[in-house]
Ligand binder design. Structure first.
Ligand SMILES: Cc1cc2nc3c(=O)[nH]c(=O)nc-3n(C[C@H](O)[C@H](O)[C@H](O)COP(=O)(O)OP(=O)(O)OC[C@H]3O[C@@H](n4cnc5c(N)ncnc54)[C@H](O)[C@@H]3O)c2cc1C
Length: 303
């Protein structure tokens, strides 16, 4: 793989850089620069600006609101966004359930959900893990039983990031308990305001409210809210996890943090000199740079 950038890509990089310089609100830039992630409202505000520009969903098909960029352009956009202190985009809608609805959803689901995701009107969360079903996710017990045109859902989900600020959850449920575990799971799109849903906060050791446990007590979910075929949820969930893994590599954000670390190390006194001059520190920094470069190339090859 070539490591030099073509003239076209350099021009594209300048275009992205100029747009961010002119349109990223100063208060949001300061929030991210000071080391915070940005509130949900700040992220939504920046996403709306990107939506107006047509850049909010680079990986979506153009006809559904995406951008006609190559993987390298997407990588450059992500890198420039992070280096210029843009808040990370909310991955749940744009990178996880949005692409799954595009690939597997009904026309009605596409028409209803995709514009709301693009315009940052609704936030999503992910309902996979359960108490006792984390690494062994296929053992999940939350049950969805058909009743007329609905499923009746009972059970609980845990570690649900951001559920307290979300409007909807994409949720793995057991629709057939009598087959191999992976073959009896379906994926439902559930409105979190539906009667019978209780969201209980889990406060972390850092005293932050990020995780939640969700209880479903006879929750009626229209069958029309099932993505794709019944009992095919395990396959669809793996498709979502595929894009989640790339999302989590966060190479742009990590490059920004490495740059911040170098700035701090050049200023901090340590061992009779600056931290950046210490052999042990330089060795550790070099190791981190090599690992990040490897991650960067890996995610470019996979996007
Ligand atoms: C930051 C963060 C955000 C998350 N957000 C969400 C979310 O939004 N929605 C959601 O559904 N889930 C979320 N999760 C949950 C995450 O997917 C689970 O933590 C994960 O599935 C692991 O489950 P567990 O915590 O129950 O650990 P366990 O499955 O209990 O595992 C505990 C430890 O045992 C090890 N282990 C487990 N089984 C075996 C085995 N057979 N052999 C050897 N070792 C084993 C594991 O590697 C691990 O080290 C989030 C987790 C984190 C950290």
């Amino acid at each position: 793989m070539s490591t030099t950038e073509s003239a076209d890509l350099t021009a594209f990089r300048s275009e992205v850089r100029a747009f961010i310089r002119d349109y990223l609100p100063d208060d949001i830039r300061e929030t991210v620069r000071s080391g915070r992630l940005g509130t949900a409202a700040e992220t939504a505000r920046w996403q709306k600006i990107l939506f107006e520009k047509g850049w909010v969903a680079p990986s979506w098909p153009v006809e559904l609101g995406g951008v006609d960029w190559t993987p390298m352009q997407r990588n450059i956009f992500e890198e420039e966004s992070a280096m210029a202190d843009c808040p990370p985009l909310d991955p749940m809608g744009l990178s996880m359930i949005g692409p799954l609805i595009i690939a597997r959803g009904s026309q009605e689901q596409k028409d209803f959900y995709l514009p709301r995701i693009l315009r940052s009107e609704e936030k999503w969360c992910q309902g996979y893990s359960e108490p006792g079903s984390g690494s062994d996710l296929a053992s999940l017990q939350t049950r969805a039983v058909p009743d007329g045109d609905d499923y009746v859902v009972n059970g609980t989900k845990i570690w649900t990031s951001g559920a307290h600020a979300a409007d909807r959850i994409f949720c793995l449920v057991r629709t057939d308990p009598d087959v191999k575990a992976q073959e009896g799971i379906s994926l439902l799109l559930i409105d979190l305001k539906t009667p019978g849903i209780t969201i209980r906060p889990i406060i972390g050791l850092n005293e932050m409210h990020f995780f939640n446990q969700i209880f479903f007590d006879d929750v009626r979910v229209p069958m029309a809210n099932r993505v794709g075929e019944e009992n095919m949820g395990w396959t669809y969930a793996k498709e979502v996890l595929g894009s989640e893994r790339l999302q989590l590599s966060r190479t742009g954000e990590n490059k920004r943090l490495l740059r911040l670390l170098k700035t701090i190390a050049a200023q901090e006194d340590h061992g009779g000199g600056k931290l950046a001059e210490q052999d042990w520190f330089r060795r550790k920094l070099r190791r981190a740079e090599v690992r990040l470069k490897a991650l960067d190339y890996t995610s470019r090859l996979n996007c």
